[in-house]
Every structure is written in C-alpha cells, then in structure tokens.
Design a protein around this ligand. Structure first.
Ligand code: DC
Length: 242
C-alpha cells in the first residue's frame, strides 16, 4: 500500500489515539486533526450560552452558527498541541475543563449537531494528507479512507496513562477516580462510537507509543487496505510472538 492520504484513528477515551495520531502525522508530514476538540468546543459554547445540553434543537442551532477553528500552536509556549478558537475566542485550555468534560458526551449526542460537525470534518479530511482522530471517523466521516485504525486498551491501562499524564503536568490524581471517570465516559460515548468494520484493530496494552506507531507503519507496509487485519491485533496483544 502506498502511504494512505487519509488515516483514521478511532477508539475509546484514553486509548492513546492523540499520541498515536500526533506521532504518525509528524513522521508522515501530515496534518493531525483531533475531531473530539470540535465537540469540546461545541460543549464549551453550550455552557457559555446557557443552553441545555440535552436540547437537540438548541445545540444544533448553536452548532450551525459556531465558528470553530483548530490552528497550529504558533508561538505559544504553554504546551498546547494546537490552538482552538470559538468565534475568535481562544478556548484551547478551557475545552479541557471538567465542566466541559462533564457535558461533552451529552452535547455530542444530537444527530443534527453531529451532521454539521461531520460535514466540517469531512471537508478537512477530503483535503488529504491528514491523520484524523475520533470515534466515528472511519465508519461515518471518512468511510473511504484507505487506512482505518481502531485503537483500544483495557480500562486499567487507560486509567494508568491518564493518571501519568496529569501527574506529568504537575497535577495530583486519584487512580480510582480516574478509572471510574473512564468507565462513565465509555458508557456515555457508546452512542457515538462506531468502529469501522474494516478497521485494523490495535490493542495497545503493554505497548509504548513508538511500538504502536511501528505497528501502524507495518500495516501500511503489509498493504492492509480493505480487509480486517487481525494479525496486527494478535501482534499487539502478544508482541513477543511477532
Ligand atoms: O476524544 P475526546 O475525549 O476529546 O472527545 C470528546 C467528546 O467528543 C467525547 O464525548 C466523544 C465525542 N466525540 C464524538 O462524539 N465524535 C468524535 N468523532 C470525536 C469525539
């Protein structure tokens, strides 16, 4: 397989999608596009405008008129991976706030709002040379993408990684609380998570980010295109047997 012009990475919260996406994009010289940020921006605007996150029409109307821009970080030195603007306001860090986290799965659930978001995501995907990360990218947004990854990991592994990530940024965390939060988000996100049937599944427990990147590059080299690559899944589950 030549290097696919679009690579999609779907999977649950904390599976390492963004880390993988960023590393891959860096290696390939592609754009990294985290679609979750668009739903976070929408949720931020829902709070800002005091809209009920359960209100299907209200959230859709807001989504329709919302200007969301995800830009390169530029000169920013605060560790941000990119800059997020909503109607011109820099909300890069605010979209990570616990208040946004609390309602994002609810605000992201409405079909009309999702249709608007998906259309905008598709427009970016269609430009090519992009690694797109989300929940429904391979199945709904870019179903013709030549390489689709479904990245998974156990709840314990995801909780450990999240805890490490927060501690690395200087925060203090309780592993059990993080674990419960991941379970809660899995339940809420179940409605929007749609793995593509032809995705290459990678189970990343025990693998470093670099090992996962190597697996994906092997998928590309092996010529995985439109068939499920269970060997990648087996290799990932049992790296010693590869
Ligand atoms: O990946 P994340 O945690 O930043 O995603 C934030 C929320 O957006 C999460 O509730 C799932 C939702 N989401 C979605 O519905 N569809 C996507 N393509 C990406 C994220």
């Amino acid at each position: 397989m030549s290097v696919p012009s679009v690579i999609t990475i779907d999977g649950p919260a904390g599976a390492g999608k963004s880390t993988l996406g960023e590393l891959l994009a860096q290696q390939l010289g592609y754009l990294f596009f985290d679609t979750g940020v668009m739903y976070r921006a929408l949720a931020w605007a829902v709070l800002r405008n005091a809209i009920d996150p359960e209100d299907d029409e209200g959230v859709a109307a807001l989504a329709r008129n919302l200007d969301i821009q995800v830009l390169p970080r530029g000169d920013a030195t605060d560790g941000r991976p990119y800059t997020v603007l909503v109607d011109g306001v820099d909300v890069t860090w605010e979209v990570r706030h616990p208040d946004v986290e609390r309602i994002v799965s609810i605000a992201a659930r409405h079909p009309a709002a999702r249709a608007i978001m998906r259309e905008r995501q598709r427009a970016i995907g269609c430009q090519g040379r992009v690694v797109m990360v989300g929940r429904d990218i391979g199945s709904i947004v870019m179903p013709d993408a030549p390489l689709k990854i479904y990245l998974d990991a156990s709840i314990d592994e995801r909780a450990r990684r999240r805890t490490y990530e927060i501690q690395r940024r200087g925060g203090s965390v309780d592993l059990e609380r993080i674990r419960n939060d991941i379970i809660r988000r899995d339940n809420l996100d179940r409605h929007v998570s749609m793995p593509a049937p032809d995705a290459c599944v990678i189970f990343s427990d025990g693998l470093s980010p670099e090992q996962v990147v190597a697996l994906v590059l092997a998928c590309i080299k092996d010529g995985v295109d439109d068939s499920q690559d269970t060997s990648a899944y087996e290799r990932a589950k049992n790296p010693d047997s590869a």
